[in-house]
Write a protein that binds this ligand. Structure first.
Ligand code: PXL
Length: 252
């Protein structure tokens, strides 16, 4: 693959020792697309697909140093943010974003693990909404995160679209709501300005697969860095998520 034209990708998030989610899943996904990305670790989690034991954010100095270490290569890169773990990182992250002026910023507003453990403190939830959300060219909430960001309850496709539009109204960037937790086919909605695009796939039956949100957002970053447009990048990224779910079930 000729990658000379690909833009640099930087992923920011938590470490997951099981490799299913977090930075490990991001780097694995990007490597599959042929991209060698850089990463900034926000927190070290101890978990697997069934159980969350604990997490510890890195120190504020270490977080700042990781960002500083990437400064020389970060200008105009594509940045994907996942688990932040602590609100204390957000002002530092915003100053860094102002310096590097990312070509594209994807924010996966991770609030909880698939096993239900909180992955962002209270201050972080506030700052994410107040300081970070407006910077993102694309935000990729799941239904629970979309309910939280919009303040609306989601029961079905029309309420999912209303929530997406409400999040989109407040900002310039696009919103991709992941509808995997609704019944029926797996539908995601991309809201760009006043337009909504519906993306549908047959549902693969079974329990939720850990880390699909990380794979989706990092694959979108990867395809964007290869010069694909947003809709094509999402389409290809959804295929990768489908493969991840199929591979997971084929192990049993
Ligand atoms: O899928 C969200 C997510 C992101 N990052 C880390 C996680 C999880 C979910 O468990 O553990 C590190």
């Amino acid at each position: 693959m000729f990658l000379a034209k690909s833009k640099k990708v930087i992923v920011i998030g938590g470490s997951d020792p099981s490799g299913g989610a977090g930075i490990q899943a991001d780097l694995f996904t990007l490597q599959k697309i042929g991209i060698s990305a850089s990463s900034v670790i926000t927190a070290v989690t101890a978990q697997n697909e069934n159980k969350f034991l604990s997490y510890e954010p890195v120190s504020i100095n270490n977080f700042q140093d990781q960002l500083t270490a990437l400064l020389p290569r970060a200008k105009h890169s594509i940045v994907k943010i996942g688990m932040l773990g602590s609100g204390r990182f957000i002002p530092l992250l915003v100053s860094w974003l102002k310096k590097i002026k990312p070509h594209y910023l994807i924010l996966d507003p991770v609030l909880r693990s698939s096993t239900g453990h909180s992955l962002l403190d209270k201050k972080g939830i506030q700052l994410l909404q107040r300081q970070l959300l407006d910077w993102a060219n694309l935000v990729t909430p799941n239904l629970a995160e979309a309910e939280f960001l919009s303040g609306l309850k989601i029961h079905n496709l029309p309420t999912m679209e209303s929530a997406g539009k409400k999040i989109a109204e407040r900002r310039k960037g696009a919103v991709l709501i992941k509808g995997g937790h609704l019944k029926g086919p797996a539908i995601d909605l991309l809201i760009e300005g006043k337009k909504t695009f519906k993306m549908t796939q047959h549902r693969i039956k079974g329990k939720e697969v850990h880390g699909t949100g990380c794979t989706l957002a990092s694959a979108i970053a990867g395809y964007l860095s290869l010069g694909k447009d947003l809709k094509t990048s999402i389409k290809f990224a959804r295929k990768m998520v489908r493969k991840k779910i199929k591979n997971f079930y084929s192990k049993f």
